[in-house]
Design a protein around this ligand. Structure first.
Ligand code: PMP
Length: 306
């Protein structure tokens, strides 16, 4: 089912109607997939009557890094990018949990070496958690290898990169799975089609390290921090063999959109007992408490809209 984007959007400094939020069909964004984007969430806290955007600054810093890596001539200031998300929330009077997307794209009609001008678009979809947060998801190991850092760096959240993720996701769905896990060119675990992954073994969290061709996920970093501090768990960041997935007691995927989703089987082999496990449940609780602003800890990660 298509998503329902809220009727007011942000385009190049202005709030515009959805129907008027257009770029030229010959822009480099369309020709070459020259866009860098962010997906992030705002969480509604009914007690505080507040919408908290989660780690807005970190998302926009990552976007700016991506623009630098893509050699954009004009990198919008942090404050302007942050303001786009707050303005979209206010323009649509969002008082519910929502997912935001912001894309900084190359607006010029020119050849491969175009570096400007930079366009910025942002919109919102009011959307709560997936039911898979409770039930967990099934996954397959994709036959598509994760793109490599020296070809199309996964660290850069560039729109063109997602040809790789889409191939994996579509293959998984066609095969009857909920989602896909991808391996690096060396055959080590990389990430899911739109999220990072964690294994739980003997009470310890294990996740692919940052050189495993993954996005430097903000949720991954959040989970590592909460696991170590709030939950007192050991976290290892390292290379992970494919066979270690079979040895894991639990697995979960995490991302701003996916949140923390248990992975209950991989390639029809149960992960542990084949259902969401206690460590995953503890990570979910710690995560949802923080993002909703139900704890005083990490208030600096929340940007209030109202
Ligand atoms: N990996 C990929 C490929 C993604 O698209 C995402 C979603 N942005 C993630 C990981 C998770 O990143 P984050 O926690 O920053 O949303």
């Amino acid at each position: 089912m298509p998503v329902t984007t809220e009727p007011r959007m942000y385009l190049n400094g202005k709030i515009v109607d959805y129907a008027d939020c257009k770029v030229h069909a010959f822009s480099s964004a369309v020709k070459y997939g020259a866009g860098v984007f962010e997906g992030l969430r705002g969480y509604w806290n009914d007690q505080a009557k507040q919408l908290y955007v989660f780690r807005l600054r970190e998302h926009m810093e990552r976007l700016r890094f991506g623009l630098k890596a893509m050699r954009y001539a004009d990198i919008p200031p942090l404050a302007e990018l942050e303001r786009a998300i707050v303005e979209v929330s206010r323009a649509n009077n969002i008082r519910a949990t929502a997912h935001f997307r912001l894309i900084a794209f190359l607006d010029g009609d020119d050849e491969l070496a175009t570096v400007g001008p930079t366009g910025v678009v942002a919109g919102a979809v009011v959307r709560g958690s997936s039911p898979r947060i409770e039930s967990g998801m099934t996954a397959m190991i994709s036959s598509y290898t994760r793109i490599a850092d020296n070809a199309m760096p996964p660290r850069v959240k560039c729109t063109a990169n997602y040809v790789n993720n889409r191939a994996a996701e579509l293959e998984a769905r066609a095969a009857g799975y909920d989602g896909a896990l991808m391996l690096t060119q060396e055959g080590k675990l990389s990430e899911a089609s739109g999220a990072c992954c964690f294994l739980v073994r003997n009470g310890k969290l294990i996740t692919p390290d940052l050189a495993s061709d993954i996005l430097e996920s903000i949720t991954r970093e959040t989970v590592i921090e909460l696991a170590r501090t709030t939950l007192g768990l050991t976290v290892e960041e390292r290379r992970i063999d494919r066979s270690e997935l079979v040895a894991a007691d639990e697995m979960f995927a995490c991302g701003s959109g996916w949140e923390v989703i248990p992975i209950v089987s991989v390639g029809r082999i149960d992960v542990g007992a084949g259902k969401p496990g206690p460590v995953t449940r503890a990570v979910q609780k710690a995560y949802f408490d923080v993002v909703h602003g139900r704890t005083n800890q990490h208030a600096g990660w929340l940007t209030p809209v109202w």
